[in-house]
Design a binder for this molecule. Structure first.
Ligand SMILES: *[C@@H]1O[C@H](CO)[C@@H](O)[C@H](O)[C@H]1NC(C)=O
Length: 312
């Protein structure tokens, strides 16, 4: 490379860094995240009042953030309503981030709010909120890439029984009818059970290991720059491959798409208990997760031609 090219490349990277600092400084409080999470903390099993409220809330927020909404409603024993938000609808490819917004119906607990599942949904909305200016500016002249936020429904069973495996109705339907054409999806990142204390996150698939590796590096970079809250390390460059739980990414995986599953190594201790509530969430984990994932999404979208690895 000629010296001039080095200067140009260096200049571009510096600009990227400055823009990033400006954006992260603007959001040193987490008012929107807290407010959004609180909204989710109600029983919201398929068919409940809380479920319908959250469904409305998701559509309102995504609309406010400038996303096009695709209603993916269908009937499969229950009435299931995925909420899909798309930015840059006409793009050739999409980054897809997903969580599920329904909670499980449990006979044993009156007020089960599945806080660690609510966190994933609140994080996705919060990242869309905090990156909103960047996303709209960036996508204004980007025919190559868009963003899909998928809030799946019908993940949990509603028969009141404690331990059947999840139904995953929403994600199965999404993949079956190709609500977004599967050959346009670049990468699926599925979030699950985030925000309990003492948890760590490992790579789940060899195919996306390089990206997981990058997540771990981003965490270290943010720690060094002093942006993170005091908290144990979340992302480890460890391969916990061939050891994953049933979740909404499975249908995508079966169709051969590259998938990252952001899920802790062990289930939260409060999993499927009434104690999975606001009191037992670990805020340093949530804050740091927000910063790390936000940075990753920003970088993934900014990368365009810089992207040299192949995930295909
Ligand atoms: C961005 O591109 C660089 C250089 O190819 C790569 O190392 C990095 O992992 C990419 N980051 C993301 C989040 O895709």
């Amino acid at each position: 490379m000629s010296p001039l090219k080095y200067w140009i490349l260096g200049g571009c990277l510096a600009l990227l860094l400055i823009q990033w600092r400006r954006m992260s400084l603007k959001y040193d409080h987490n008012e929107y995240l807290t407010k959004t999470l609180n909204k989710f903390l109600v029983p919201r099993w398929v068919g409940s009042v809380g479920h319908d409220d959250i469904n409305e809330f998701l559509k309102e927020e995504l609309t406010r953030l400038g996303f096009d909404i695709i209603n993916d409603d269908f009937f499969d024993v229950y009435s299931v309503n995925n909420v899909i938000g798309v930015l840059n609808t006409g793009a050739k490819r999409f980054l897809l981030l997903s969580c599920h917004y329904d909670s499980k119906y449990l006979e044993t607990t009156e007020f089960y709010v599945a806080a660690t599942d609510a966190v994933s949904c609140a994080l996705l909305l919060n990242i869309a909120e905090e990156l909103n200016d960047f996303l709209h500016q960036e996508f204004a002249n980007r025919p190559d890439l868009g963003l899909v936020l998928a809030f799946f429904d019908g993940h949990e069973s509603v028969d009141g029984v404690l331990y059947p495996s999840p139904m995953l109705l929403g994600s199965i339907n999404f993949v079956h009818v190709e609500v977004v054409a599967l050959n346009k999806i670049d990468l699926v990142i599925s979030f699950k059970s985030i925000g309990a204390p003492d948890q760590i996150y490992m790579s789940k698939y060899q195919r996306t290991y390089a990206l997981h590796d990058r997540l771990a590096d981003i965490e270290q970079e943010l720690r060094i720059s002093g942006d993170l809250s005091k908290c144990h390390q979340l992302f480890y460059k460890l391969k916990d491959h061939n050891n994953d739980i049933a979740d909404d990414h499975i249908s995508f995986l079966k169709k051969g798409l590259p998938v990252m599953h952001i899920v802790p190594y062990a289930y939260p201790e409060v999993w499927l208990q009434e104690a999975d509530n606001l009191d037992n969430l670990h805020w340093p984990t949530i804050r740091n997760m927000n910063l790390i994932i936000k940075r990753f999404v920003y970088e993934y979208i900014s990368n365009r031609t810089l992207r040299t690895y192949s995930i295909g």
